[in-house]
Ligand binder design. Sequence first.
Ligand code: HAM
Length: 415
Amino acid sequence: MKYKALYGTHDLLPEDSFKWQNLEEKVRKTISLYNYKEIRTPIFEETDLFARSIGQDTDIVQKEMYTFLDQGKRSLTLRPEGTAGVVRAYLEHSLGEKSPLVKLFYFGPMFRQERPQKGRLRQFHQFGVEAIGSLEPSLDAEVIDLSVKICYALGITDFKLHLNSIGCPVCRPIHRDKFLNFMKDKVGELCEDCKTRFLRNPLRMFDCKKEGCIEQLKDAPVMIDFLCEECKNHYILVKQYLDALKIDYFEDKTLVRGLDYYTKTAFELKSKLLGTQDTLCGGGRYDLLVEELGGKNTPAIGFAAGIERFVLVLKMEEKLDLEEKNLDLFIATLGDEARTLAMKLIKDLREKNIICETDYLNRSLKAQMKEANRQKAKKVLIIGEDEIKKGKAILKDMDSGEQKEIELEKIRGAF
Ligand code: HAM
């Protein structure tokens, strides 16, 4: 075999695609209950859109983007996440003028050139929501509630909501100074990645999994202790709403997100079942992004979830919905006349939304029955020359094994 799927990419085969369809259907249904409308944005955008939104100093922009020049020598990038494209579309189509609060959701592939491992791919799939236009903490609570509700709707129980506030441009510099001051004598003890983070994106050190770095960060100043009045009040109200909705959360003072656009609320749903890549879903407020991309001051909040990670957890919890849409009817035929009749019948039955199949390989009756069985057909209709003469066919129920003669004209009514 000459060609293979690229490292970090996967084919979704028919034996699994129905599980994804079931999952997506439940997620869509839940998101729709919260009145979010679907948006589909392009898979590639101008590189600058992602660099400005996600942040020049993030791992994503520094080393993970699939960036290329097109024939017009423009720098384009396969989207590493959905928020930047959604905000671009929100501005381009003036969605904010049509409604003061715009609630959108999306599904689709994202691309990051990371080192693949369990739960980490180079082409992965997200669903996400973005609520653009309100600063109200009640909206934070709704968005968080939705992420939790989706887990329950799918049957996931092994997850924990981590919550934090990462402040705003008023309070963040004060914390940053204190943090850098605390860490400056410890830089020598940090791993190479954290040494770079110290210079470029210091708070990302909190994400380091290495023992040595965790030890050095043990008593480091955390953002939550430096929040300005506005951020503090916002955070208190978000927690009050979550309490009112009876949503359990863990106040995770070291929770930082890997994208620079966040302000105030940051949250993640984590599952121990996932191992190192334990985040099922992550999000938060990004009150400055719309303005940063050329719009008016427009606060917003959203989250995105990794579908592959949901599937992993659902498999481990044995909650993956395995209900497959199998064949309602297989028509086994003998001879050309029977085949013509079968083709006409199938066309008719499909009009009635009955899933049918017949034999296109000129197989023996025995082989056709075997095929019907392999495809888990609920019923098989057998049409041979004799049956045509009689104007009847044999209908076999594959579960009970019961067989009966049925008039060809009455087949439609048998379903
Ligand atoms: P993120 O934390 O970068 O946030 O990604 C969200 C989720 O996508 C992760 O929690 C994880 O489940 C999944 N994910 C990320 N990278 C990979 C990967 N390489 N392989 C498999 N799954 C992955 C965002 O993307 C933000 N846009 C979320 C957001 C929306 N914030 C506000 N609105």
